[in-house]
Design a protein around this ligand. Sequence first.
Ligand code: SF4
Length: 330
Amino acid sequence: MSLLEVKNLNTSFQIGVGTVRAVRGVSFHVDEGESVGIVGESGSGKSVTMLSVTGLLPDYANISADSILFDGREITRLNQKALRALHGSEIGMIFQDPMTSLNPLFTVESQLTEPLKNHLHMDKRSARARTLELLRQVEIPNPEARLKQYPHELSGGLRQRVMIAIAIACEPKMIVADEPTTALDVTIQAQILDLLQNLKRESRASIIMITHDMGVIASMCSRILVMYGGIICEQGDVREIFYGARHPYTWGLLNSIPKVQQKRGEKLIPIKGTPPDMLQPPAGCPFSPRCRYCMPVCRAYMPPVTALSDTHSVSCHLLHPNAPKIEREV
Ligand code: SF4
C-alpha cells in the first residue's frame, strides 16, 4: 500500500534573469516500509522534489501538483501549521550537513527534547529518558555527557548521529535522508550507512534516500528513481536498474562506479559534458546535449514514458520500436 503518492509535480523558482524549472512533471510513489533511492547529479532535481513534497521550500518557490497524497491525506491542501505538525512527527528529515541543520545556540538535549514535547506532549522527565534512549539507539557513546554539549563540540559523525536521532525521535512513518553521508570522511560514511541500515531493519518507516552515489543506493534501497534535468528518466527495482537499465544516463551512472575487479591504472568512465541549464532546458530530452546516441527526434521532443514491467519504466526515444537497437557498453 502506498504511503506517498506524487502526481505531476512541478517546481520552479523565479529569479532575476528568468524561471528555473527545477522539477518538471514528476510522478512516483513510495510504499509503506519501502526504501526508495533517488539518484542523479547535482541539479537533477532530486532534493527539490522531496523538499517540494514535504513543503520545506521557501515561499518564493512555485510548486504545483495534481496530487501529493501522504498516508491518505492531500498535502497540497494542508496549511502551514498542519504541515509543520507533519514534520518531525510523521516525516523525519536527515540533511547533508548537520552543522547547518542543528541550531548552534542550543544543546543536544534541548534540540532532541523539542520534537518530543511539541509533537508527543511528553513531560520533561519522560523526554529526557527518551533522548538518552535515542542517543543509545544511534550508537553515541557516553550519552549523558553528550546531552549537555553544543553541536560545535561534536565531531561531524556525531553531529550526523544526533541529526538521525532527531529525525527518528517521534517514530515517523517516512524518513527522508538527503545525501546523509556526503559531508563525512570515508570511514565515518560507512558507519553512518551501517547505522541507517540497522534503523531500516528495526523500524517500519519508509526511507527515501537522496544521493548521487549508486553504491549507497545498492546497499540501502529496493527501488530506484533516476533523475536528470528535473524529470525521472528511469525507475525500477534494484535488479532492473543494475542489471537491465535502458536509459543512456543510467548507463553513464553505472559505468562511473568503481568495480571490485578494477585493474590498477584503469580509469573510471565519467559522463562527458555538464548538466543542463534549468533556466533554458533543452526542448526535447534533457540528456540530448550529452548523449552519444542522440537522434534528431531527441532534440525536438521530450521522450514519452515507456513501461517495461510493473516496476520498470524509461523515458527515452531509443525505446521506440523503430529506433536503433542499442545495448549498454560496459
Ligand atoms: Fe539519448 Fe535520445 Fe534517449 Fe535522450 S531520448 S537519452 S538523447 S537516445
